[in-house]
Design a protein. Structure first.
Length: 369
């Protein structure tokens, strides 16, 4: 029974980590990474909504073939607003584009509403297969789907907190029973640490998914003006000023949020840098380029949406230092008390140290020297 219990604990941790890798990795890179969660049934019976699929991320020069299930994001047609899509290539090539289709769909993607053949540069990866069968982990991706719904569902965080509270209560009860039987262990301490870490990672991934990284490309010249490929600003002269729309700050969740916009480019002036958004509030931000120094620029603007766990001024201060610093600090605030409790509570701390010493002594005694 003890072995089965440990195996179950390990399995639960692995499932949680897999789900968090999928949500956090995708949010950071803005594309599927290693693992991805299926959000529709368009590829049934190969996989279903909530399944997790192992993917191979492809380099730009890697070839895809007919029959491959590829992950792509199109910029044209009615699929342009669907995000990353996983469908099978049924024909086409890199030059003319690929024709794709969900196994459960009656028609190809290109037979409806102006969808064009999928360009190779739109494909980020393909499903890893054994033979012709994709590697699918059934249903464990629902945690990531719940994470995505966190922004719009005010009940998810309380439910997570309740579940963790129940686990801790069970751990306390088991700890008392074990103490009476003179059995010591680290199960309760791990529940506190994993519980706090889970809350922090969930909060961090939802804030990360709500944020945005924007590249602003432009060139400043002494005498010339013109168009620059991939740039809304283009080539501008010293002394010119150009304004463009930047991002929509929108609070679609059930809680207030803090919108923070930062950049290291001193020539870019932001219309909004630090705003407190009530539920349902929307603000359209802009940026203005003041051409002061010649050169070619590829500037990064971070648009962050943060939960109000710190005063807006502190969040903005941290984000000015580093967007990732602000994200880490705000994410850790609700989880730190749980993670540190095993060290703060004297009884639990002494118990932990005793267990660690016993394990150390047992390990040392088993060594051949």
């Amino acid at each position: 029974m003890k072995l089965i219990s440990k195996l179950i604990n390990i399995l639960v941790v692995v499932l949680i980590l897999c789900s968090l890798i999928a949500s956090v990795g995708s949010a950071i890179s803005n594309k599927p990474v290693l693992l991805t969660v299926i959000v529709s049934n368009s590829m049934y019976p190969v996989w279903e909504r909530g399944d997790m699929v192992i993917i191979k991320n492809l380099k730009e020069d890697e070839t895809v073939h007919q029959g491959d299930i590829v992950f792509f994001k199109t910029t044209k047609g009615d699929l342009a607003d669907k995000g990353w899509i996983a469908h099978r290539i049924i024909s086409g090539n890199a030059e003319q584009g690929y024709i794709t289709k969900g196994d459960a769909n009656k028609y190809t993607d290109q037979e409806s509403k102006g969808n064009v053949p999928i360009e190779r540069k739109w494909i980020a990866g393909k499903a890893v297969t054994i033979g012709e069968t994709p590697i699918v982990i059934p249903k464990i991706g629902y945690l990531s789907l719940w994470v995505e719904e966190f922004q719009t569902n005010q009940f998810i965080l309380p439910v997570i907190a309740l579940v963790i509270g129940i686990l801790i209560a069970i751990g306390e009860f088991k700890s008392e029973k074990k103490q009476r039987k003179k059995i010591q262990g680290l199960e309760l301490q791990l529940i506190y640490i994993i519980g706090g870490l889970t809350i922090s990672i969930i909060l961090g991934s939802t804030m990360l998914a709500a944020g945005e990284k924007i590249n602003i490309i432009y060139e400043v010249s002494e005498h010339n003006q013109g168009v620059l490929m991939g740039s809304k600003v283009g080539i501008i002269q010293i002394g010119d000023t150009v304004s463009q729309p930047l991002s929509e700050l929108s609070n679609k969740g059930s809680f207030p949020s803090i919108g923070v916009i930062t950049t290291n480019d001193k020539q870019i002036e932001l219309s909004h840098t630090n705003v407190f958004l009530q539920k349902g509030q929307l603000i359209n931000s802009t940026y203005t380029v003041h051409a002061e120094e010649t050169g070619k620029y590829n500037s990064i603007v971070h648009v962050g949406m943060f939960y109000p766990l710190l005063p807006p001024s502190i969040v903005f201060f941290l984000a000015q230092k580093s967007y990732w610093l602000a994200l880490s600090v705000v994410s850790l605030i609700p989880g730190i008390p749980l993670m540190l409790y095993p060290l703060i509570d004297g009884k639990m701390r002494r118990k932990t140290m005793r267990v660690l010493r016993k394990k150390k002594n047992k390990l040392m005694s088993s060594l051949p020297f």
